[in-house]
Design a binder for this molecule. Structure first.
Ligand code: AMP
Length: 223
């Protein structure tokens, strides 16, 4: 029986998915595939996909499914053969169906959908203070400041605010989350795959909780 972990991580923007993902990928040595990071890279490189995605991203809307699904499937094909950790995909029921069909076609299955939850109020406060470097290390000006203002402790790169972390766009992203992504809570619950985590706890507490859950899941996979 395979012991690979095929995981998705979802939840509202600012619930701590990126922070948790960077810890989990070290713990479990899983290929990490983050749609938002990939799309930002495309946007910065000015690729065709980046140009098409840009206006949706800047407005806090979802990039159309046909663009994102293709991009992610190629990535899973390329590096997700022994398991994967998807961050920011799927983000709609259409994307979840596409992912499900694709991995089933390969004779694999999803291990769990990890939901990191936080209220709109908490998320707004967190995101507007968020700063990150180009390597994806994340800080908060108040709750988790870097040692030197606007410089990454880990790699020395400058820290900046994401364009879509401005308050008006965050509100739009939250609306998009509630309208399009939140239905995935029931979707994965009905399939017995949902695992919930309280994103308002400390980063270490959330991390410990997810790690314990994954260790159990992995043991179950071996049985
Ligand atoms: P994130 O870094 O995950 O918050 O993503 C930033 C932006 O990229 C989102 O607000 C969307 O515009 C776009 N995006 C990321 N993932 C997806 C996805 N799975 N489907 C559609 N758009 C996405």
């Amino acid at each position: 029986m395979s012991t690979e972990l095929n995981l998705i991580l979802f939840g509202p923007p600012g619930a701590g998915k990126g922070t948790q993902a960077s810890r989990l990928r070290e713990d479990f040595d899983l290929p990490y595939i983050a749609t938002g990071d990939m799309l930002r890279e495309h946007r910065e490189n000015g690729s065709e996909l980046g140009k098409e995605a840009e206006s949706y991203m800047n407005d806090g809307d979802l990039v159309p499914d046909e663009l994102v699904i293709k991009m992610i499937m190629e990535e899973i094909e390329g590096k997700g053969d022994d398991g994967f950790l998807l961050d920011g995909f799927p983000r709609s029921v259409g994307q979840a169906d596409a992912l499900g069909e694709e991995i089933e076609r390969r004779g694999r299955r999803l291990t769990a959908a990890l939901l990191v939850e936080a209220s709109d109020e908490v998320v707004l406060q967190r995101i507007t203070g968020r700063r990150q470097c180009s390597n994806g290390h994340v800080y908060h000006v108040e709750f988790d400041p870097p040692k030197h203002e606007d410089v990454c402790d880990q790699c020395g790169k400058p820290l900046t605010q994401r364009d879509d972390d401005k308050p008006e766009t965050v509100e739009k992203r939250l609306k998009t989350y509630h309208g399009q992504t939140e239905p995935l809570v029931d979707y994965y619950d009905e399939r017995g795959l949902l695992r919930r985590f309280d994103g308002t706890r400390s980063q270490t507490e959330v991390h410990d909780h997810i790690r314990a859950t994954l260790a159990t899941l992995r043991l179950e996979e071996r049985l």
